[in-house]
Design a protein around this ligand. Structure first.
Ligand code: PHE
Ligand code: NA
Length: 452
C-alpha cells in the first residue's frame, strides 16, 4: 500500500515546534496549573504531575505525532489509514472521534477563560482594577461574570479570532500566527520572570510548589494530576495528532516531543513560581479556585513598581498563550470536515464555529443566568472541564498507546519514530506496560475499586 500524500505541510522546520508549543503552552500552564496545585496542596501534586508527564505524557505525545504523520490527516482519518495499513479494525477510528470531540468540548469552556484574560488586559489599562483589597477584586471578577453581555462579548471575540486564524489555513493561518506570537510570548515571559525575581520573594512560592507532603497523595489528586498532564500537553484532543500530520518526513519526532514537553513544563513551573509568592505575600489562600490569578495578581501588580505596565504585559501574554492553544483545539474538526466532506476550510470554520458559539454560550451562562443549574453538583462549565480532563483524555490516551503498542505491526511505529534501538525499546516498553497500567490504576483507584 502506498503512503498517503500530505495535503498540508508546515512551511518551515520550526513550523511544528512553534505550533505544538503554542498549543501546549496555554491557560493550562498559567491559569489551571497554579489553581489546581493550590487545591490539591502543593508539592505532592506537582510531583505526581511531573511523573505523569514523564511516564505517560511524553510516550503518548510521540505516539500521537507518529500516528498523525503516518496517516496524514485528522484524527479519525489518520487512525483509519494507519489501522487499514495493518488490516486492523476500523473501530479504532472511534478513538480519533473521541479525541476530536474532547478538543471541541475543551474549546467550549476555554474561550470563556481566554475571554477573562483578554478582558483583564483591557481592565488593567482602564483602571477598573484599581481596588485596594483582594475582596474588592473578587467583586470585580464576580461583577464581570455576572454580566452575560460582558462575559459573552469577550468570549465571542476569542472564538472569532480563533476561527479566523484557522479558516486561513495551516500555513497562512496557523503557522503565520505562531511565527510571531511564540517569540513574543517567550520574550514577555522572560521579562515577567525577571520582574518577579527582582520584586517578589521566590522562597514562599518555591516552598509551596516543592514541599512534599505524602499525605496529600490521594486517588482524587492522582486523577487530577493525570488529567492535567494530558490537558497541558494537548494530548488525546486531536490537537497534537493533527499538527503532527503536517510534519514533513524526516524530522525527529522524539526530539520535537521533548522540546515541547520541556517548554510546557518550564512555563508551568515558572508561572507557579511567579504567582504563589504574590498570593502568599497578600495573605490569600492558594485554593481560591478558577478565579485565583484574576483576583490576586491585579492587586499585587498595583503594589509593585511599574505594576500597571507589567500587569498589562502579563494578561496580554496569557491572552496570546490562550489563543495559540485555542486554534489547535478546533483544527482537528476543521481538518476533518475539510478532508472528509470536501468543505472549504472557511466553511468548515463557520459551521464548527456556529456549534462552538452555541455550546460555549452555555459555558458563559454558567456564571450568571444558569449558575443555579448544577446537575450532579457541577455547572455546565465545570462539567466540560471535568469530563474532558478526568475521563475523555486519559481514556483516549490509553486506547492510543494500546493501539500503538499492541494492535499495530511493529514496523509502522518503528519507521515513523526512527529511533536508535535502545530508544525504540524504551518507547515500546512505556506504551506497552508503563503508560496503560498507570492510567488503569489511576482510573480504578478513582472509581474506588482499588484500595491503597
Ligand atoms: N495545552 C493547552 C493548555 O495548557 C490546552 C489544550 C488542551 C490545548 C487540549 C489543545 C488541546 O492550556
Ligand atoms: Na500546557
Amino acid at each position: 500500500m502506498t503512503r498517503e500524500k500530505p495535503k498540508n505541510l508546515w512551511l518551515s522546520r520550526w513550523g511544528f515546534i512553534l505550533a505544538a508549543t503554542g498549543s501546549a503552552v496555554g491557560l493550562g500552564n498559567i491559569w489551571k496549573f497554579p489553581y489546581i496545585t493550590g487545591e490539591y496542596g502543593g508539592g505532592a501534586f506537582v510531583l505526581m504531575y511531573l511523573a505523569c508527564i514523564l511516564a505517560i505524557g511524553i510516550p503518548v505525545m510521540m505516539t500521537e505525532i507518529a500516528i498523525g504523520r503516518r496517516g496524514r490527516g485528522s484524527p479519525i482519518d489518520a487512525i483509519g489509514r494507519v489501522v487499514r495499513e495493518n488490516n486492523g479494525s476500523p473501530l479504532w477510528k472511534a478513538v480519533g472521534g473521541m479525541s476530536m470531540l474532547a478538543g471541541f468540548m475543551i474549546l467550549c469552556f476555554y474561550v470563556v477563560v481566554a475571554g477573562w484574560a483578554f478582558a483583564y488586559t483591557w481592565k488593567m489599562l482602564d483602571g477598573s482594577l484599581a481596588a485596594t483589597s483582594v475582596e474588592a477584586l473578587g467583586g470585580v471578577f464576580e461583577a464581570h461574570n455576572a454580566n452575560p453581555w460582558q462575559l459573552g462579548g469577550w468570549s465571542v471575540l476569542v472564538a472569532l479570532l480563533t476561527l479566523w486564524i484557522v479558516a486561513k489555513g495551516v500555513q497562512k493561518g496557523i503557522e503565520n500566527a505562531v511565527r510571531w506570537m511564540m517569540p513574543g510570548l517567550a520574550l514577555m515571559l522572560i521579562v515577567l520572570v525577571g520582574y518577579a525575581l527582582t520584586s517578589g520573594s521566590f522562597s514562599a512560592g518555591f516552598g509551596f510548589l516543592f514541599h512534599f507532603d505524602a499525605s496529600k497523595i490521594t486517588g482524587e489528586a492522582l486523577l487530577a494530576a493525570l488529567g492535567h498532564a494530558f490537558f497541558t500537553l494537548s494530548l488525546a484532543s486531536g490537537a497534537i495528532l493533527t499538527y503532527g500530520s503536517y510534519i514533513p518526513d524526516g524530522q525527529s519526532i522524539a526530539r520535537t516531543t521533548f522540546m515541547v514537553a520541556i517548554c510546557d513544563t518550564c512555563v508551568a513551573l515558572l508561572a507557579g513560581l511567579a504567582i504563589f509568592p504574590i498570593i502568599f505575600a497578600n495573605g490569600m489562600s492558594p485554593s481560591a479556585g478558577p478565579g485565583l490569578i484574576f483576583m490576586s495578581l491585579p492587586l499585587a501588580f498595583q503594589q509593585m513598581p511599574f505594576g500597571t505596565a507589567f500587569g498589562v504585559l502579563f494578561f496580554a501574554m496569557v491572552s496570546i498563550a490562550a489563543l495559540t492553544s485555542a486554534i489547535s483545539m478546533i483544527e482537528a474538526t476543521v481538518a476533518y470536515l475539510n478532508e472528509k466532506h470536501g468543505v472549504s476550510r472557511l466553511r468548515a470554520a463557520m459551521v464548527s464555529g456556529a456549534v462552538l458559539l452555541l455550546i460555549s454560550l452555555l459555558a458563559m451562562l454558567s456564571f450568571n443566568l444558569l449558575s443555579g443549574w448544577t446537575p450532579l453538583g457541577k455547572n455546565f462549565f465545570d462539567w466540560l472541564d471535568y469530563l474532558t480532563s478526568r475521563w475523555m483524555m486519559p481514556l483516549g490516551g490509553i486506547f492510543m498507546v494500546i493501539l500503538a503498542g499492541y494492535a499495530l505491526r511493529g514496523e509502522i511505529m518503528r519507521d515513523e519514530l526512527d529511533l536508535p534501538p535502545a530508544g525504540y525499546a524504551l518507547w515500546l516498553f512505556m506504551v506497552r506496560y508503563v503508560s496503560p497500567v498507570l492510567i488503569m490504576v489511576v482510573f480504578l483507584h478513582a472509581l474506588g475499586w482499588l484500595l491503597f
